[in-house]
Design a binder for this molecule. Structure first.
Ligand SMILES: [Zn+2]
Length: 210
């Protein structure tokens, strides 16, 4: 797995570290994602990103920063507020000390489209990918490079009113009205899929980090 960075232009509006009390819960889910290996570590970070919407009907959100190792005891410095994303121009406006997660465009696109969703958790799990047919989990039509508008677009194509979907040969996106819902949904799929007899899973190990 390669170490990777962001692919959009990032405009850091301010370096103010986010202080929202709900970050505590986000930290909890980051830890769970790490413990379930949904966010495999690489040198200097983890592959996986989690966010929550800050306000009903608005599209700004708090997300893990790029190159944040989720195995660490996370302080608020690891989190970033994304205040707006210009999808057409590929510019992400953020507040915080770090660059926002490389999948910020994907998170924004989901919040923009689905006002009932208040948490977007993206992780990786070969167990879950291997049981997509058994549970008829919707999957993006084609593989797209991580962190691109193309990947976000692929998710929008199959988003509909689904709460759990797969990124082809890559990972999953778990959504919820709350962080608890998004987190539990990922764990439920993992548990359902984990018991399955070992299946050969073809995963393309490349470029799908943080
Ligand atoms: Zn990923």
């Amino acid at each position: 797995m390669q170490e990777q960075g962001i692919k959009f232009r990032n405009k850091i509006v301010s370096k103010k570290v986010p202080k929202d009390p709900r970050i505590k819960e986000l930290k909890y889910w980051c830890k769970e994602f790490h413990l379930h290996n949904f966010a495999p570590p690489y040198k200097g970070g983890s592959c996986g990103n989690l966010s929550f919407r800050l306000q009903n009907n608005k599209n700004h959100f708090i997300i893990t920063g790029s190159r944040s190792g989720l195995k660490n005891a996370l302080t608020n410095n690891y989190f970033v507020e994304v205040s707006f994303v210009d999808l057409k121009k590929g510019i992400v406006y953020s507040q915080g000390k770090r660059e926002p997660s490389s999948e910020s465009m994907l998170h924004f696109a989901v919040y923009h489209r689905r006002k009932d969703v208040n948490a977007v958790f993206h992780g990786h799990s070969k167990e879950i990918l291997s049981c997509k047919n058994k549970f008829k989990i919707p999957e993006t039509k084609k593989e797209a490079p991580y962190g691109t508008f193309e990947l976000a677009q692929g998710v929008l194509e199959i988003l509909d009113d689904n709460f759990f979907l797969l990124l082809k040969n890559h990972g999953f996106v778990s959504l919820g009205k709350t962080m608890k819902e998004a987190g539990k949904l990922a764990l439920q799929f993992y548990q359902k899929c984990y018991n399955k007899k070992k299946t050969k899973v073809k995963i393309i190990k490349k470029k799908f980090c943080t």
